[in-house]
Design a protein. Structure first.
Length: 477
């Protein structure tokens, strides 16, 4: 248990092994009335904001794979936490990091300027606008019978508060009964969040009609992200590796769409952009194409390994292009979220891997009601910390093979061999540490234990290491 000295305490947990400052979103059990959040360690009041029915704030310096606490104090009249909302009169969303300009007719983005790097990030010559919803439908049963639809009209509304400012875009377009988009900037975080919520229209086709009519009625939805990065290279993460598509794919592999794990990055030696998508794991480069499958098994897969001419990215959100494993009708509410961040240098210098892991592993929260005493400190602490940041701990669990000690598993995420310094301050004294196989069989080499709670792990590029740790006691927890 965590020691608390307030009637209500918010615990913010960081699941990654490095200290970070990031967004916190409170969805449930919100305090009634006005309140303030106080950092238990510093005593500072933390700005918070009502946002879409939730409360958001930025928690700074949350310990590595550990927690930080905040006191919740009721007040008669709190600070202005609800954003001031008014119809957008100029189509610009801006903070100290970015200036984003919208097309008021379509809702698409025509410019994103990184104010720190002084670069334009949007390709204005692309056939689609940035963050534009695209809908494809095969009106005939033949190849080439596909028709592309773009937004018909849009309505914009700007909101701003002490933590974030956002542009809400209501879009009218084919393929959906309703489309709501949000573009969000944060006062203290260099990133842009995007949300697309849609009520997908029925496909209008039955299974019998699909079987009879070939391609007719097949459909797909996309979001276009045409970046302006000259002389670019593409890198995206797969399980256990980061690859450069096209150049590192074998002959015959599909190059139309790519399943991506935590991030995709388009960059050159000077700057680049990282995209991390939560619900849409298929990404296309260069131009959008659906590659449907005919009922006779013949498919239109693109296997061209020529590198894309343009630094354009497309999120492949939904489709019914195949006759297996995919619903033919995907009507109803759907929500897709993704984030982007521009950076100096290539994907490694810009720590694209770190950004992707943080987006996919957000800060977590837990309420504690009432005052209590426990073995864990009131302000916060770290359970596991790792240096350097390109080594991630993916597993901590009791040993299963022989029940002895704890098993920790580490992966390297940037393609750079590392000697990781791993601190486990709450283990109460490490007796021994050994590398094991994936099935927890001990290898002969033991690891050096330093200061009773630190070990050093050597890990190759994109490598995996499994370690058994034996300890005297585990803080009585």
């Amino acid at each position: 248990a965590i020691t608390t000295d307030a009637e209500r305490t918010l615990v913010v947990f960081n699941p990654l092994g490095r200290t970070r400052s990031d967004l916190v979103r409170l969805k449930t059990d919100l305090p009634p009335g006005d309140f303030r959040l106080v950092d238990s360690a510093s005593g500072k009041t933390i700005e918070h904001q009502s946002f879409d029915g939730d409360v958001i704030f930025v928690a700074s310096d949350v310990p590595a794979m550990g927690y930080k606490t905040f006191r919740v104090e009721s007040i008669d009249k709190g600070p202005t936490t609800s954003p001031d909302t008014s119809p957008a009169d100029n189509s610009v969303l801006e903070n100290r990091f970015y200036r984003v300009r919208f097309d008021t007719a379509t809702g698409g983005i025509v410019s994103i300027r990184d104010k720190q790097l002084d670069v334009e990030l949007v390709d204005g010559s692309a056939p689609q606008q940035f963050n534009e919803y695209l809908y494809e439908n095969f009106r005939t049963g033949e190849a080439g019978g596909n028709v592309w639809y773009r937004p018909e009209k849009a309505r914009l509304a700007l909101s701003a508060g002490p933590v974030a400012r956002a542009m809400a875009v209501s879009v009218t377009a084919a393929g959906a009964r309703n489309i709501q988009q949000q573009v969000i900037l944060y006062e203290d975080l260099k990133r842009i969040d995007f949300v697309l919520s849609m009520d997908k229209s029925p496909s209008g086709m039955t299974l019998a009609e699909f079987a009879r009519d070939g391609l007719k009625g097949k459909e797909a939805t996309y979001v276009s992200l045409p970046f302006a990065v000259p002389e670019f290279s593409i890198h995206h993460e797969l399980p256990g590796a980061v690859i450069e598509p096209y150049r590192q794919q074998f002959t015959g592999a599909c190059t139309a769409y790519h399943p991506v794990r935590h991030f995709s990055d388009i960059s050159n030696d000077k700057f680049g952009v990282t995209v991390s998508a939560l619900e849409s794991s298929l990404i296309e480069y260069g131009h959008p194409r659906s590659c449907p499958m005919q009922n006779n098994g013949w498919h239109l897969f693109d296997t061209n390994r020529d590198y894309p001419q343009h630094s354009r990215m497309y999120l492949y959100l939904m489709n019914n292009m195949w006759n297996m494993n995919i619903q033919i009708d995907q009507r109803g509410p759907q929500t897709f979220r993704w984030s982007m961040r521009s950076h100096a240098g290539n994907w490694q210098a810009g720590q694209a891997d770190r950004f992707g892991w943080e987006i996919h592993n957000p800060l977590m929260t837990q309420w504690i009601d009432g005052k209590q005493k426990g073995p864990l400190p009131a302000d916060g602490t770290s359970f596991v910390s790792i240096e350097p940041s390109n080594v991630v701990c993916t597993t901590i669990k009791p040993a299963e093979h022989n029940g002895s000690g704890l098993i920790l598993r580490f992966v390297e995420t940037s393609g750079t061999p590392a000697e990781a310094d791993v601190a486990l301050p709450l283990l109460g004294g490490i007796i021994a540490a050994n590398e094991t196989s994936l099935v927890e069989e001990d290898k002969p080499e033991s690891l050096e234990v330093m200061d009773n709670n630190r070990i050093r792990v050597t890990i190759p590029a994109f490598g995996v290491k499994t370690i058994r740790v034996l300890q005297r006691e585990f803080m009585g927890l």
